[in-house]
Each structure stands twice: as C-alpha cells, then as structure tokens.
Design a protein around this ligand. Structure first.
Ligand code: COA
Length: 352
C-alpha cells in the first residue's frame, strides 16, 4: 500500500469588497501611484468594512468555501490551525472564534500560530505531521489578516502602509494514499537575530519606544508596560516597523535557497515545477526569484497587484486563485515558498 500523505481536499479565499487604489491613499499620505507600482507592483488592495468585518469573519467566509469544495461539513473538522498576525483579540486566538462561528463542536482542537508571512507554510507543515501520523483526518488551515486596522497612515509609516491589505485563505487537508498526490515535504527556518527588522513591538512585554535599533529600547514604565501608551500613539511608535531594504535583501536570498532545498530533498529540478506560489511580499521580490531561478512566466503565479501583501493569507489566496483560473491541474508539482518577519521562511512541495 502507498504511504499516507496529506492532500489539499478543498480550498477557498475571501477578500473584502472595498477596493483601495493607490490613488485613494493620496488622501491620507504623500505618495503616488507610480512610486507604489514601481517599488512593489501593487495597484490596489482590499480593506475590511470597519466594525462589520474582522479577521475571524473573513476566515469564516474562506473556510466555508474550502469545506464545501472538500465536501465535508464543518463538524467533520477535527483540528483548526489559524495563522494570523492580526488577531481580533490579544487572547484568546482566532482559532476558537472560527470554531464558534462555524458551529463546530468541542471534539475539535484549535491552534493559533504567529509566523507572519511564512505562517501558512508553517501551518500546513504542522497539519501534515498530524495527518501522516493518523491523528487527524480533516484539518482546517486558515490564514487571515486585517492589516488596515493597524497601519500608520501618516507619512512616517508610508513605506509600510502602502504594501499591506486584508484577506483570508483556507484549505482543508486530508490523508491520501493516491500516487502522485499530496505534500512531498516541508522545510522551515528561523533567524531571530533580525526579529526587530520587521516587527510590531507593542502589546508585548517589551513595549517601549522603538526607533529601529534594539539598543534604543527604553521601557515605557516599570509596571504595566504591556499596553500601548498615549505617548506611543502620539509619537507613531505604536505601529509596525520595517527596514524595507534589509528585508528585501534577505528575502531575495532566502526564497531561492528554500525552494532549492525542497527540490533537492525530492530529487526534482526547477524545470519540474508546474507552479510556484511565492508569498506575495512584493512583486519585485517575486520577479527577482523568477529570474534568478530561470522560471518561465507560466511557472509562477502573482496577484499582489490586486490584493497587496496579506501576510499569512497571501499564499492560500494566490494558490486558490491560480487553481480557480485552471493554472494548477491534478498531479501538478506545486511549490509554496514564503519569507517574512522573524525572520522565518519555509517551503512546501506538493503534488496537486
Ligand atoms: N510613497 C512615496 N515615497 C515613499 C513612500 C511612499 N509610499 N514610502 C517611502 N517613500 C520615500 C522615502 O521617504 C524615501 O524618501 P527619501 O529618499 O527622500 O528619504 C524614499 O521613498 C526611499 O525610501 P525607502 O524606504 O528606502 O524605499 P525603498 O526603495 O527601499 O522601497 C520598499 C521601500 C518597502 C518598497 C522596499 O524596501 C521593499 O519592498 N522592501 C521589502 C519589503 C517587503 O517585501 N516586505 C514584506 C516582507 S515579507
């Protein structure tokens, strides 16, 4: 009998209706459509409708599509893995909120993971282990992000705020013994040395005034420094920080490295890849990887132009859209790869 592997049995994504074009951002920050497109490839992104949608509601919408496509009921899910850096509450995580909203009974476990842009790769790697060992049969993995609620819409934060968008993607993972189907391997890495190069430091026990250099840390108080202070909001430090050029340099090095690691582990070549879905960080990063690895246009799918960078949601959204467009077919060799805050990065090689 063939070895048990993990297959994607159903996939779905949801993005909010509200389209925010580059020119719309000019209402709040000094920027231009040309600057954003030239540096990132982004033309527009989606933002939630405040107070009507959030990270969990988007995850519910994406999950319902994935469950339907997998032909299972919500109650068949025996484990949820929820990947987000923008949870609705500081705690508990969104996993239990998704379980509640889908009406799943308590025979299902729920795990939240915080691995930012590479979170979806980490999440399917965890799910793969549970499925291969026979512990679970239906795992719902979701990446969902609400960036629009936490960005710095002043000129100080414009290098970050123009990049990110809201959205969610979900997959149902199940065991398979079919030949030429399922996850072949996953590869995960971390380098905490650069943790503060792309970070949102507040609401953490080290909350303080951050200027981009860890030696500049000052505690915001001896007691109760867990929360954002008025001062942090006023001086603009209560927002995500990114050293863009440093992140860019590391990303273009790590992406090809971890994709090659996946190919080498399975005795495959770049030419064997039918579809590469890179995390949608920046179109320039994806183009750099494509050129460096000698991939043809039809071997790579990008949709950052429409949705911006949706961190944990970007890989499942792009994977789902590529599949819906008929660009991924049964048996195809698909490579997923991501790099982001942490730094963490990873890849997954699978046969569709
Ligand atoms: N509109 C107009 N001008 C802007 C701007 C914006 N939205 N954001 C920054 N600028 C300005 C800066 O103020 C700076 O002006 P100055 O030269 O007068 O000081 C200039 O543009 C260059 O800023 P810099 O931050 O050095 O830009 P960059 O060329 O590095 O591009 C990024 C910025 C963010 C697009 C780029 O660094 C990048 O893509 N990095 C990787 C980010 C990424 O992918 N993150 C996701 C991680 S997974």
């Amino acid at each position: 009998m063939n070895q048990t592997k993990t297959k994607i049995a159903g996939i779905g994504f949801y993005v909010p209706d509200k389209v925010v074009k580059n020119d719309d951002l000019k209402e709040v920050i000094e920027t231009t459509d040309e600057w954003i497109q030239e540096r990132t490839g982004i033309k527009e992104r989606r933002y939630i409708e405040r107070y009507k949608e959030n990270t969990t509601t988007m995850a519910v919408n994406a999950s319902k599509i994935a469950l339907e496509r997998a032909s299972i009921a919500a109650d068949d899910v025996d484990f949820i893995i929820f990947a987000t850096l923008s949870p609705d509450y500081y705690f508990p995580g969104c996993g239990v909120l998704l379980q509640r909203e889908l009406g799943i009974k308590n025979n299902c476990g729920a795990l939240d993971i915080r691995n930012q842009c590479s979170a979806f790769i980490y999440a399917i790697s965890i799910a793969d282990q549970f499925i291969k060992t026979g512990m679970y049969k239906n795992i719902l993995v979701v990446g969902s992000e609400t960036h629009s609620a936490g960005l710095d819409f002043s000129n100080k934060g414009r290098n970050v705020s123009v990049i990110f968008g809201d959205g969610a993607g979900a997959v149902v993972l199940q065991p398979t013994t079919k030949e030429n189907q399922g996850i072949l391997s996953t590869h995960l890495h971390a380098e905490g040395l650069h943790a503060e190069k792309l970070a949102f430091l507040h609401l953490g026990a080290h909350s303080g005034v951050f200027t981009g250099d860890t030696s500049d840390f000052e505690s915001s108080g001896e007691w109760g420094s867990l929360f954002v202070t008025k001062e942090m909001i006023e001086n603009g430090t209560a927002f995500p920080y990114m050293d863009g050029p440093f992140v860019f340099k590391n990303a273009v090095f790590r992406f090809p490295q971890v994709i090659m690691e996946a190919l080498n582990a399975n005795n495959k070549n770049v030419s064997d890849i039918n579809m590469l879905i890179p995390h949608q960080a920046n179109l320039r990063i994806a183009q750099f990887i494509q050129e460096k690895m000698g991939l043809r246009d039809d071997q790579v799918y990008n949709n950052i132009q429409k949705y911006g960078n949706t961190t944990a949601a970007s890989v499942p959204i792009a994977l789902c859209e590529a599949w819906e467009l008929g660009k991924i077919k049964e048996g195809d060799l698909v490579c997923l790869a991501a790099f982001g805050s942490g730094f963490t990065w990873g890849s997954a090689l699978l046969q569709w």
